[in-house]
Design a binder for this molecule. Structure first.
Ligand SMILES: *Cc1c(COP(=O)(O)O)cnc(C)c1O
Length: 360
């Protein structure tokens, strides 16, 4: 049984090279006689692994020194609470709701203060990104929140909202390291790594240092204060050590592939193959407004639920896995993250052509 083309939205495909390397190092990590899974996070060997991972991420994204990089746990979903607990000094924040993940973050923030929904695309089932050039930003908002790439609906912010000087907080879980980004435009950038960077269990938070203070909402647990983790360089307690090690390998792989500009080019080429086909197909159609299409998550439908189900079943049999759309929207979704090879997307389009012929 060989490997399949895995179009899962997350946990998702990882570079084969990284998996092989990890397999080679499984029993004995570079002569130290044990697996990375078995070693102390306080050891010299592990310290080198986490420091190198951070340095490589900093170099990939050109993260300036006045930003902290933290490797945390709890998934992206825990950030929905950590962000308001740590940043809601005035207890006011503005949310742009462009999908389920942004909506969950917005709902969570309501526990801690006044969360305002200043824009939404829910009226058209989140199939577009609203115009965010002149939104009613609250004068006392502590931050403006977005989910930059909407994993479930397949939309992406191509221009960042005009926050009128307020701190921008962005969930980049499903577009992390898929293309260059200017970190200095954000106060906080965070993402669960299981979409585009590594195994589930790690969330990376890149945060402007001046936002990291002891001035947090009363009752915030020690483990949920950014300051705890920033002061301890992500080693306050046992970190998700093995996951961080794999992330580090993926950073090296991206460097080897030519960095984020090269990733972007590669991702644009792959996405074009699929979108071009969707635009000309008489059976399949993309569900998202063209200008806002994601390079990472591509939802599509036939317009007939039974045919959709047949497609998912037959594609799986053909070695194309996890094409079923999110349970909240149905249809299909192909997640074509960094590690999905061009051949995978070509194989998908070939299969779609064949399916279209057979089901006209
Ligand atoms: C998957 C996902 C999440 C949730 O991640 P967990 O790590 O499961 O909490 C949040 N935001 C976005 C954009 C996602 O794609």
């Amino acid at each position: 049984m060989g490997r399949v083309y895995n179009f899962s939205a997350g946990p998702a495909v990882l570079p084969e090279e990284v998996l092989r390397e990890a397999a080679d190092e499984m029993m004995d990590y570079r002569g130290c006689g044990m697996s990375v899974m078995e070693m102390s996070h306080r050891s010299k060997v592990y310290d080198d692994i986490i420091k190198t991972a951070e340095a490589d991420l900093r170099s990939l994204l050109s993260i300036p020194d006045d930003y902290e990089v933290m490797f945390l746990q709890g998934g992206a979903s825990q950030q929905f609470a950590m962000i308001p607990m740590n940043l809601m000094k005035n207890k006011v924040a503005d949310y742009i709701v462009t999908g389920q993940w942004a909506k969950k973050a917005y709902q969570e923030a309501q526990i801690y203060g006044k969360a305002n929904k200043i824009a939404s695309s829910e009226d058209k089932t989140f199939s577009y990104i609203p115009d965010c050039s002149d939104l009613p930003i609250s004068p006392d908002a502590d931050y403006v929140y977005i989910c930059e790439n909407n994993t479930i609906y397949g939309t992406k912010f191509k221009t960042l909202p005009n926050t009128k000087g307020k701190t921008l907080v962005s969930d980049v879980s499903s577009c992390f390291l898929s293309e260059p980004m200017d970190v200095t435009k954000y106060g906080v950038v965070y993402g669960g790594v299981q979409k585009n960077i590594g195994p589930a269990g790690v969330v990376i938070v890149i945060m402007k240092k001046e936002l990291i203070t002891e001035d947090v909402l009363p009752g915030t647990p020690t483990m949920l204060k950014y300051k705890t983790h920033a002061d301890a360089q992500s080693l306050y307690n046992t970190p998700p050590a093995y996951g961080i090690y794999i992330c580090g390998k993926v950073f090296k792989w991206i460097q080897k592939m030519g960095g984020l500009e090269a990733m972007k080019k590669h991702n644009e080429e792959k996405a074009k193959i699929l979108y071009d086909f969707l635009d000309e197909s008489s059976l399949f159609k993309g569900t998202v407004v063209k200008e806002d299409r994601s390079l990472m998550n591509v939802p599509f439908v036939t317009g007939n639920e039974e045919l959709d189900a047949k497609f998912v079943k037959e594609s799986k049999a053909a070695g194309l896995e996890n094409l079923k759309g999110h349970r909240s929207v149905g249809g299909m979704r192909a997640s074509i993250y960094n590690a999905m090879p061009t051949e995978g997307v070509k194989a998908l389009v070939e299969f779609m052509k064949k399916f279209e012929m057979e089901n006209k």
